[in-house]
Design a protein around this ligand. Structure first.
Ligand SMILES: Cc1cc2nc3c(=O)[nH]c(=O)nc-3n(C[C@H](O)[C@H](O)[C@H](O)COP(=O)(O)O)c2cc1C
Length: 338
């Protein structure tokens, strides 16, 4: 058993070298010694703090009025059911975008929408301070939203032409998406958009992830790499890590988000649950800002066997015994300008 995640520099199947901006994913079974390197207690210690920042920073968005504290009811949850409005058009792509995964459910996006174009902006007012000091998670979440737009485009009769960071002078202008007419085609990943939810429940330790599922994911991730380090996953859960070559590069961060969104949608179609556990990278970034001893930074580096790669996003996978609830969403009118 190797210590750490093995990062392949080739795209699986083709043997071709990866492009520089392309992130990779590796997974290991959770019962192996590697899993013990990530302490559960430390991982979960931060979750409450993140939620507090969100609520305090959210001020005018009254969580109780939106039904946030009820389970799946109220205006904050209707975006999950009315995401595919009968009124076709570019706005339907944004309806899909706002259902994307995003760190701490901050939903840090604004969309400028016309009939033929969507410009996507980062909303810096929704940054979460020390939990994401370098905005890494913010850009990953924006990448998740972009992936939902890309999947919703053909389903609504558009070919999307996406340009990331189209204005070099404005890092908040994250993407311009021009929409060209095409034949309507809805993919399985698109259909899975309203069914994808982060599942934080315990996973079934009697239901291991089959090697065939890991292998199938190679085809589903569009060349991205999901690697089983063991010939067979022997427990229900697995730990995963997404790594890039340049963790401060916003294009690479958004690629991670696009990858994660696809992966989570694909897992949803397979009945497989996923759950980001990203506190280790949050803590590593926090250590840099505070100048404290690099406990988490060192642990993260130790997980990645190749120094050319930097871990930016960690997660667990498994089969759950409970369905996850949808999480609340801001109204479309709060995030769309025209
Ligand atoms: C970059 C990123 C980091 C995340 N980190 C965590 C985490 O550490 N712990 C956690 O429980 N969820 C984490 N999440 C999941 C988000 O909290 C979740 O996507 C958000 O609350 C919206 O819920 P949904 O995914 O069910 O739509 C993360 C998501 C992203 C995109």
């Amino acid at each position: 058993m190797k210590k750490g995640f093995s990062m392949s520099t080739n795209t699986p199947g083709s043997g071709e070298p990866r492009s520089h901006d392309e992130p990779i994913v590796a997974v290991v079974p959770t019962t192996k010694p590697l899993a013990k390197q990530i302490s559960r207690r430390k991982v979960f210690a931060l979750a409450g703090a993140g939620t507090l920042v969100l609520v305090v920073g959210g001020g005018v968005w009254r969580a109780t009025d939106q039904g946030v504290f009820s389970t799946g009811q109220g205006p904050a949850y209707t975006p999950w059911s009315d995401w595919r409005s009968a009124t076709h058009g570019s706005l339907n792509l944004v309806r899909a975008a706002i259902l994307a995964a995003n760190a701490h459910n901050t939903q840090p996006w604004v969309f400028h929408v016309t009939t033929t174009r969507i410009d996507v902006f980062a909303d810096l007012s929704r940054r979460i301070g020390l939990a994401d000091p370098f905005l890494s998670e913010m850009y990953i979440g924006l990448g998740c939203a972009l992936e939902n737009i890309a999947l919703a485009a053909p389903a609504n009769g558009y070919t999307p032409q996406i340009r990331l960071l189209p204005d070099v002078t404005d890092a908040t202008f994250v993407a311009r998406i021009d929409l060209l007419p095409t034949v309507t085609q809805a993919s399985a990943l698109y259909q899975a958009i309203p069914h994808r939810h982060t599942n934080r429940y315990p996973y079934d330790t009697n239901h291991p992830i089959a090697q065939a599922t890991l292998d199938a994911s190679l085809d589903q991730q569009n060349g991205y790499f999901l690697q089983g380090l063991e010939s067979q996953v022997q427990t229900a859960g697995a730990l995963g890590l997404v790594a890039v070559r340049g963790k401060r590069d916003n294009v690479q961060r958004m690629s991670v988000g696009q990858l994660w969104q696809r992966m989570h949608l694909w897992a949803t179609t397979q009945g497989l649950s996923l759950h980001p556990l990203n506190q280790i990278t949050e803590m590593a970034d926090r250590e840099v800002v505070l100048g404290s001893s690099p406990h988490f930074s060192d642990a993260l580096r130790a997980l990645v066997t190749d120094p050319a790669w930097q871990g930016v996003f960690s997660f667990r996978a498994g089969y759950t015994t409970h369905e996850a609830f949808p999480s609340p969403r801001r109204a479309l009118s709060d995030v769309v300008t025209s």
